[in-house]
Design a protein around this ligand. Structure first.
Ligand SMILES: Cc1cc2nc3c(=O)[nH]c(=O)nc-3n(C[C@H](O)[C@H](O)[C@H](O)COP(=O)(O)OP(=O)(O)OC[C@H]3O[C@@H](n4cnc5c(N)ncnc54)[C@H](O)[C@@H]3O)c2cc1C
Length: 410
């Protein structure tokens, strides 16, 4: 087990400074333009790929970094640069994590590299769990996967919504039900290889924030994939379903029965929290600088306690959020179970902090904060997603409340 440290080692510091350079020099100058264009910023993803920042190798290195803080540091710096561009760069990792969490070594070796493509031909990947009638309630998925034994193929039908990179992805990972009676425990994840007939993009959403990140529906109409595309393999799925059926028949609610979507979300919550910390820190820095230079009533506005105390609270909350994120990430790296839903705590607190801090920053900038001449307006719009995706704030509270009480809170 690695020792928990608040002092990142030389490797982590080098990564942080390197990403900070990219965030400051490449992302920041391009952020407003891509926010307005509401299009996938392929040239920016390509620039990240050229320096190795958009690559499986880099994310695998950070994911397996024994200190546990490689991923949070990466996310914080990228999202300090810009959240929309940041999500366009890291959206692929959600699909990648679902393959890492649920796939066999062979599946990881086959699919994870394809998700990123090459620096000359960059690709993105999408993780598709949410559906029009199954958002917070992931047990209600209707997309169905049926096994065609004669051909050793799975046939998948359904409609996914809100998929980051949905429809433009090279590789899609789709969560589907294989036994609807078992709810969340009857689900499995499937890789849909590039160019598979029957998969198409539905509506592309126009959004309030993170507008450089593509979000769309994905329609699956008679999609056929080989048996090898079932993540984890058929034998493991059959064993899992048998256990779930046994538990259902005996009326015992299997505590350890995690479903495929939940495994992906649990692993990614601290990383999402770190993104929110990056946005909050960016807005705080703009507000602090502005407060020190903007003069009203003959003195910089920061000399008013009313402003200075706001900044003190902003900084305190950001640091508290980062500590929760680092703790959860370190626990996950060291396989320490989340007894009190520490992953959810980190995402909840960091997400709410980003919304609050960016709102305060707008206030401190006065009229300027309300315009697109200054970046805090965009940061505020971008922050709003952090109490919604990867489990809303209410759902995080539900997970924490159930963990600490052991009661079936609803
Ligand atoms: C920009 C964006 C990108 C996304 N990317 C992806 C992606 O890549 N892949 C993917 O699979 N999904 C993705 N999502 C989906 C996202 O995870 C869902 O939007 C989210 O889980 C909430 O689901 P919902 O929108 O259906 O809201 P609902 O579940 O309908 O919730 C509506 C409201 O009710 C509250 N609520 C629901 N149940 C309870 C309860 N039991 N107790 C208290 N309150 C409750 C919620 O907190 C929320 O406030 C994305 C969404 C957005 C907007």
């Amino acid at each position: 087990m690695s020792t928990f440290s608040l002092d990142p080692g030389p490797d982590q510091i080098a990564v942080r400074d390197w990403i900070h350079g990219f965030a400051a020099d490449v992302m920041r100058p391009a952020a407003a333009e891509w926010d307005e264009r509401e299009e996938t910023p392929w040239p920016i993803i390509q620039e990240a790929a050229k320096i190795g920042l958009y690559s499986l190798d880099f994310y695998a290195q950070q994911y397996f970094d024994p200190s546990g803080v490689g991923i949070p540091i990466t996310m914080e710096e990228l999202f300090w640069g810009d959240a929309g561009l940041g999500l366009a760069i890291v959206g692929t990792t959600l699909a990648c994590v679902s393959v890492l969490a649920n796939g066999t070594d062979e599946q990881i070796g086959t699919w994870a590299p394809q998700m990123f493509g090459t620096p000359d031909d960059v690709k993105v990947a999408a993780f598709c769990s949410s559906e029009p009638d199954a958002g917070s309630d992931v047990s209600a998925l209707r997309t169905k996967a049926v096994y065609d034994e004669a051909k050793d193929e799975w046939v998948i039908n359904g409609t996914k919504t809100w998929a980051t990179n949905g429809g433009i992805a090279h590789v899609h990972v789709v969560v589907a039900t294989v036994d609807p009676v078992l709810g969340a425990r009857g689900q499995a994840s499937f890789v849909i290889p590039p160019g598979t007939p029957g998969l198409s993009q539905g509506q592309k959403f126009k959004k309030h924030g993170i507008r450089a990140s593509h979000t769309a529906e994905v329609v699956l109409d008679g999609v056929r994939v080989p048996g090898s595309c079932l993540l984890g393999g058929k034998e493991k799925l059959d064993e899992r379903l048998a256990r779930a059926r046994e538990a259902a028949a005996s009326g015992v609610k299997g505590k350890g029965a995690r479903n495929a979507a939940m495994a992906t979300f649990e692993a990614s919550r601290p990383a999402v929290g770190a993104q929110a910390v990056g946005i909050a820190r960016a807005a705080y820095e703009v507000a602090l600088e502005y407060a020190k230079t903007r003069v009203q009533f003959g003195r910089p506005i920061v000399e008013n306690q009313g402003i200075a105390f706001q900044l003190a609270d902003m900084k305190t909350r950001i640091d508290a959020a980062r500590l929760l994120v680092w703790r959860a990430s370190w626990m996950a790296t060291n396989n320490i179970p989340f007894e009190a839903a520490e992953g959810s705590m980190s995402k909840l607190y960091a997400g709410e902090t980003a919304k609050w801090v960016t709102a305060q920053a707008m206030q401190i900038l006065g009229g300027n904060g309300f315009t697109r001449e200054y970046p805090v307006e965009r940061m505020h719009r971008d922050s709003a997603i952090y109490s919604i995706f990867e489990g809303t704030s209410e759902i995080q509270r539900l997970v924490i409340a159930r963990s600490i009480s052991g009661m079936p809170i609803r």
